[in-house]
Design a protein around this ligand. Structure first.
Ligand code: FE
Length: 175
């Protein structure tokens, strides 16, 4: 450490490069896209918009969009999830609270739930950070399927190829 340079003020940018091992930053303009091709279909009335698919740490940041009485299938989280409702509202069949526009939600590890968007909500968009795995299950906890950051990448590649953006379009979101 050297002594602070008194000539440097608050507006002087950092003078050194970032570590060479550091991943490149991601900036997504129009994160809530108007280009319909950027929404990756996930189930009936359910889509996700990838923002950061972090294969080195095992999490993904995405917007979840659900229209009219869509359901995100029952699933268990072994790791925490953070969400912020950007539009509309939703609830879990397993809880009595409702997440409304502007709400922040913490889903603790160990939680199993079913996300439901009521009939009178035209469109719901929520920003979610999902860590590890989504373990899909029946009402009694028996395994029916899973998603992780790698299956999300695969879904994006397939979809972006189908809509003409190309399989490598997803690469900009992968770190
Ligand atoms: Fe969840």
């Amino acid at each position: 450490m050297t002594a602070p340079n008194p000539a440097a003020d608050a507006m002087t940018p950092y003078q050194f490069p970032n570590p060479p091992e550091a991943a490149k930053e991601i900036v997504v303009q129009n994160a809530i896209p108007t280009d319909e091709r950027l929404w990756v279909p996930q189930a009936e009335n359910v889509w996700f918009r990838p923002l950061c698919l972090n294969v080195s740490t095992g999490y993904w940041m995405n917007l979840l969009r659900v229209r009219k009485s869509g359901v995100l299938s029952r699933h268990r989280h072994p790791q925490a999830v953070h969400g912020m409702v950007l539009k509309g509202r939703w609830r879990y069949l397993e809880h009595d609270w409702i997440a409304t526009e502007g709400s922040y939600v913490f889903e603790p590890p160990g939680e199993t739930h079913t996300l439901y968007v009521p009939e009178d909500v035209e469109e719901m968009i929520t920003y979610f950070q999902v860590n590890g795995v989504m373990y899909y299950c029946d009402p009694y906890g028996q395994f029916t399927g899973y998603e992780d950051v790698f299956t999300k990448v695969d879904m994006c590649r397939t979809h972006f190829t189908e809509v003409g953006l190309g399989a490598d379009f997803v690469d900009q979101f992968i770190r």
